[in-house]
Unconditional design. Structure first.
Length: 221
């Protein structure tokens, strides 16, 4: 899938029962993420830490949806292992895990490892992650190899950036940005427009080129 492409609707079984994606996501944001296999160590840490941070995703009106090519029975047993390993998961496991034993969704969403896609008996999904907005568009994607676990703080940071940019329209977030830090005003915004939009203060950086394209502000809500 490409950025800003409409994510297709689908139906699948999950650890929370049958799921139709469009009905389930409703007006929320969503993080849809795959993992290579159940009962594997790195995946156990990922799903566990994401579950621990579930309240942070809920604050951002963002639902979580995991995916694996394993069957539903394995998912149910594995959830018990994850909860045993991550003892700080509050209550029941908070989000569904999709079952995709025929790899239909894995192929549809480009999650199958290219080296093994023609060998379905051993094909495993890579660590794909999609952030989807309420209008069902793909807003951000990340792909990690099976050997590298994802960073939950980075996922939350990306959601914060996307939601802030959607709200303010005329800004972008710089490298290593976190909420509350300075944002960049887009070059196509004139100085006059920027002054009206951010009357409480704009910082300008003089560049050797003489082009004044680096304008930042922390005066936003």
């Amino acid at each position: 899938m490409y950025l800003e492409e409409i994510v297709p609707d689908f139906e699948a079984q999950s650890t929370k029962g049958p799921l139709r994606f469009y009905d389930w996501i409703g007006e929320s944001w969503c993080v849809l993420f795959s993992h290579p296999a159940d009962f594997t160590p790195v995946c156990t840490t990922e799903l566990g830490r994401i579950a621990v941070h579930y309240p942070e995703f809920a604050k951002r009106n963002c639902k979580l949806l995991a995916h694996s090519v394993d069957d539903l029975g394995k998912h149910v047993d594995w959830v018990n292992d994850i909860k045993s390993y991550c003892l700080d998961i509050p209550g029941e496991f908070p989000y569904p895990i999709l079952a995709d034993p025929q790899r239909d969704l894995a192929v549809r969403f480009g999650m199958i490892d290219e080296k093994q896609r023609n060998n379905p008996s051993v094909a495993l999904t890579v660590r794909s992650l999609f952030i989807i907005s309420p209008d069902k568009r793909l807003r951000l994607s990340m792909t990690y190899p099976a050997s590298t676990g994802r960073n939950v703080d980075e996922i939350l940071r990306c959601i914060d950036s996307l939601q802030l940019v959607d709200r303010l329209k005329v800004i972008a977030t710089p490298a290593n940005w976190t909420p509350g830090e300075k944002v960049m005003i887009l070059p196509e915004v004139t100085d006059e427009e920027a002054e009206k939009m951010f009357p409480k203060g704009i910082d300008r950086v003089s560049m050797p080129s003489g082009i004044n394209y680096v304008r930042t502000t922390t005066k936003y809500k």
